[in-house]
Design a protein. Structure first.
Length: 85
């Protein structure tokens, strides 16, 4: 099994909105990708910032490529990410 980690941050007052956005985009896509064995979403707020850490679990590098593309070490972003991050 391979664990893949992504980190991002948003303003604390938008954290819950961003969490819902993540659930509808990346988290949903992880779950729909063959070879994904789960995801953990961790949040930590300090001051006016909330940090997110997503840990995904994969059966193989090929499974990660099904989600991320040919460069699995590069983060996959969605169009609205710039509104939050």
């Amino acid at each position: 099994m391979i664990a893949r980690i992504w980190r991002g941050a948003t303003k604390a007052d938008r954290a819950q909105d961003y969490l819902e956005y993540l659930r509808g985009t990346g988290v949903a896509d992880y779950a729909a990708t063959p070879g994904n064995h789960g995801v953990e979403v961790l949040m930590r707020t300090h001051g006016d910032r909330t940090d997110f850490t997503l840990i995904t679990y994969w059966e193989s590098i090929e499974a990660i490529k099904r989600f991320a593309g040919d460069q699995p070490e590069v983060a996959r972003f969605y169009p609205e990410d710039d509104d939050y991050l």
